[in-house]
Structures are given as C-alpha cells and as structure tokens.
Design a binder for this molecule. Structure first.
Ligand code: ADP
Ligand code: MG
Length: 310
C-alpha cells in the first residue's frame, strides 16, 4: 500500500441515507462510493429523487449520513465539520436569502461568517464576473429569481473555496445567466478549483464535465469519463426523423420525442433494418430521415431504462 495516495478533493465512501417519514423508511442513498480528484469538473446526473441533493447535503454537513464517510480534501464532514465546510462553496438548489440585506451586504456578511475581513476586492470581482455589478446596492427582495441565483453563487464563492458545489444551478434560469455562470465557473476551474455540478441539462454536463456519475434510486449506475460514456451506449447511433403521426407502440417505448422530432436507438445494422421495416409497416409519413451519433441524453435514457448497475 502506498504511504499516501493523492488526497481526493471529495471522497464518498459507502454513503447511505435512510429517511423515516410517516412510519415508512426510504433509502435515499444506498452505498454511494466515488472520488472526485482535485481540479476535476465533475457532473452528478440523475432523475428527480435520485438522491443528488441528499448527497450534496451530506457533503455540505446539512444532513448526516446513516452510514459511510465523506471527506473534503481529507477533512471528514462529520468529525471535522469546520475544516470541511471552509473548503466548500455550496450553491443550494433552493433559493434561500435574507430579504433585508443588499447584495453587497449579503456578501460582506458571508465573508464575516468565514472570518474574512477586507474582502471588497474579491467581492467586486464576483459581482463583475457574475453580472451583478449594477445590483450591488439593490435589496435582495427586489431581485428577480435569476439575479438571486447569481447572488447565491457569489455567496458560495466569497471565501475562495477550493471545491465548488452547484446543485442544479441553472434549473429554470435564462440562457444569459447560464452563459455568465459557466464562463465564470469554468474560469475558476481552469485556475484549479474543483467543481461538482448536478444538473438536469445533459448538454450542459456534456459540454462542461470531464467525468460524470449517473445516480438512480440512490445508487451509482455509471461513472465514466464523459467521452467514454458517450461512446459506451450500445445505441451509439440513433435514427432521427420528423413525423406528425403517432409511433407504433413497440417503437414508442424506446423513442425519445422532442416535438415533431423522433429519435430511436439503432445499435446495429439489423436493428436499423428492423426499425425501418416497422416504420414502413405502420405507414408513417416521415421527413428528414438521418442517422446520427447518440448524445449524452440517449446514453442517460438507456441507462435509466436498463436501471441496473454496471
Ligand atoms: N428530508 C427528507 N425527508 C424524507 N425524504 C426525503 C427528504 N429529502 C429527500 N427525501 C427523499 O429522498 C429521495 C432523494 O431526494 P433528493 O436527494 O432530493 O433527490 P434529487 O436531488 O436527485 O432530486 C427522494 O425520494 C426524496 O423524496
Ligand atoms: Mg435535487
């Protein structure tokens, strides 16, 4: 055994969480183990209820694991909470804020919480980088949801944490904020910050994350480099076309439909022939037929449908 392996930025070791509500037990996390290395941009994906927020709450010390261990750069989130907490910048899924503060006051207050004085230079950088400069003196309650989200990000970063955790930061926010946010967070990542991101936007994870863990029912279904995950799908190719008609049931079950656009997995030539035959048999009127590369959402849907750990 090596004397010391490099310390992971975040290490989840056999983390389980059971909630007890109304007499019933719910296993929100079931033996989750993985490490995030320093400097990684890591994506945690999964459908609603998969356990993403629970895992992040345990990491942030807001919830306790029923069993298992979580460390941040070696500091245990349970037994060395203060050290672990200081190393983390957590942007929560829910918008929580103090309506009586201005934006700048909120950031000063948060700095004070971490015992940092004379933080104005960094606060100004955060305000500028997140497109909040002209809102510095606005009251929190006057801000739109998107602007509040930016303040939450700034608050999370006020103590320059080495590990940045974002829980669905772009859910329901406009394109402009997404771009501002990703530009800023990517810049911090290039300078060495570790980023853990949960998102519903798969194209976002595909563009940003070097590695991705897929969570379902509290278990890790897959953990791969993003490029490997993209190649790994048995349906590495998809048949794409447009139609206004309903698909035959056998095809509908495996289709990914976005408006008029239908995508069907075609893992091999035989599947392609079978699919085309079924379409012909159903007498479907189709336009713009093409075969294209599967993307992360195709892989994701396939894994979620299979639902078995690899
Ligand atoms: N405080 C809680 N009490 C009881 N059950 C909870 C609590 N928080 C989350 N859960 C349940 O745990 C599961 C995982 O939830 P969550 O971690 O929020 O998933 P995600 O963030 O992936 O959508 C869900 O079934 C959810 O209903
Ligand atoms: Mg969540």
């Amino acid at each position: 055994m090596p004397l010391s392996s490099a310390t992971a930025a975040v290490s989840f070791q056999q983390v389980s969480k059971r909630y007890r509500s109304a007499g019933a037990e719910l296993q929100a996390l079931d033996g989750v183990s993985f490490d995030i290395e320093p400097g990684e941009f890591f994506g945690l994906l999964g459908p609603n209820g998969a356990g993403k927020t629970t895992l992040i709450s345990i990491l942030a010390g807001l919830a306790h694991a029923s069993s298992g261990r979580v460390t941040v750069l070696g500091a245990d989130v349970a037994s060395d909470y203060a050290t672990a907490r200081r190393r983390l910048g957590v942007v929560p899924q829910e918008l929580v804020f103090d309506p009586f503060f201005t934006v700048r006051e909120a950031l000063r207050f948060q700095s004070g919480y971490f015992g940092i004085r004379g933080n104005e230079g960094w606060i100004d950088e955060l305000l500028a980088g997140l497109g909040l400069a002209d809102k510095a003196n606005a009251n929190m309650r006057q801000l739109s949801g998107g602007m509040k989200r930016r303040v939450l990000v700034a608050q999370a970063l006020v103590h320059r944490p080495p590990v940045i955790v974002l829980d669905e930061p772009t859910a329901g926010v406009d394109v402009e904020l997404r771009q501002t946010l990703w530009q800023f967070i990517s810049g911090l990542n290039r300078q060495g910050s570790t980023v853990l991101l949960t998102t519903h936007y798969l194209e976002e994870a595909e563009a940003l994350c070097g590695r991705i863990a897929m969570l379902k029912d509290g278990r890790v279904l897959a953990l791969e480099r993003t490029s490997v995950l993209l190649k790994r799908a048995s349906s590495a190719k998809v048949l794409r076309f447009k139609t206004d008609q309903a698909l035959p049931p056998a095809l509908a079950a495996q289709a990914r439909v976005t408006g008029r656009v239908v995508q069907l997995p075609v893992p091999d030539a035989a599947a392609l022939e079978r699919t085309l035959a079924e379409l012909r048999l159903a007498g479907l009127q189709i336009d713009d037929l093409e075969i294209s590369q599967a993307d992360l959402e195709d892989v994701f849907l396939e894994l979620m449908r299979a639902g078995v750990a690899s």
